[in-house]
Design a protein around this ligand. Structure first.
Ligand code: NAD
Length: 256
């Protein structure tokens, strides 16, 4: 059980982050949810998780594109036994057309945020005598596709950061690993369907079957619950010697 642990999950008011928050809470952890917005519904999600799981859940607004706000998130959480760096955005365009502001935002949110949160969380984990860092990379942290230069650079980067974090904590009861999901049907994927339709001149169904799931031999989307279950496993005693590595949850993508 993760009772007594506090899990901070960045970018967790939707999709995979929210799925991970639910599974962490079901496993007994108190959770801190986050995104850059501060709406009633953000706080309502935390309330619902608290009520359903009998754990403490809070929502803390912080913009993961800003280093100081990443650091403030962990400080405000007060405790961080489990850090899940999940916040991420995507933009689909060929390199000559790729807007520089999108490049900067993707590197900041998908990669640099994990550096900033880890910098504050690791000393807290040392103090507590236990810690888990779970970075959400991607199959695109291990392989590439055209038109996603910034995302793929950031995801390969976070795999490297994960390995370094693991080496810096190797002789302590702290582990750092990356989960590499294949396609999961969340808002981030939903939003890139129109641009991909344009790039490939394809229908929506063709993009789903012949571009997205083409790389996923199972021909099924992975689910947010499966990401949550994998993250909880990485926090278990069975995973205490798993560190500095990646776990693919991608329906066979990286086997191809
Ligand atoms: P999503 O769009 O549902 O979730 C992204 C989350 O990040 C949201 O909660 C959003 O509010 C938050 N976010 C965005 N910008 C932020 C900012 N500036 N500050 C704080 N929070 C911010 O998409 P998702 O699929 O759940 O993505 C979650 C993670 O999983 C991302 O890192 C993504 O790259 C990764 N991933 C997703 C897939 C997939 O197929 N869906 C595959 C591989 C990896």
């Amino acid at each position: 059980s993760l009772a007594g642990k506090t899990a901070v999950i960045t970018g967790s008011n939707s999709g995979i982050g929210l799925g991970i928050a639910w599974e962490m809470a079901r496993a007994g952890a108190d959770v801190v949810l986050n995104s850059f917005t501060d709406r009633d519904e953000d706080h309502a999600i935390a309330e619902e998780i608290s009520k359903e799981t009998n754990t403490k859940a809070r929502y803390i607004q912080a913009d993961m594109s800003k280093g100081d706000q990443c650091r403030r998130l962990i400080t405000d959480a007060g405790r961080c036994d489990i850090l899940v760096n999940n916040a991420g955005i995507q933009h689909v365009a060929a390199i000559p057309d790729f807007p520089a502001v999108k490049w900067d935002a993707i590197i900041a949110i998908n990669l640099s945020s994990a550096f900033h949160t880890s910098a504050i969380a690791l000393p807290m984990m040392r103090e507590a005598g236990w810690g888990r860092v779970v970075n959400i990379a991607s199959a695109h942290g291990l392989t590439a596709s055209p038109y996603k230069a910034a995302y793929i650079a950031a995801k390969h980067g976070i795999v490297g950061l994960t390995k370094t974090t693991a080496l810096e904590t190797a002789q302590e009861p702290i582990t750092a690993n990356a989960i590499c999901p294949g396609y999961v049907l969340t808002p981030i994927v939903e939003k890139q369907i129109p641009d991909t339709m344009k790039e490939y001149d394809m229908s929506r169904e063709d993009v789903i079957q012949n571009v997205m799931l083409k790389r996923q031999p199972s021909k099924e989307f992975a689910t947010t619950e499966q990401m949550g279950g994998t993250a909880v496993f990485l926090c278990s005693d069975a995973a205490a010697q798993i560190t500095g590595t990646t776990i693919s949850v991608d329906g066979g993508w990286t086997a191809l």
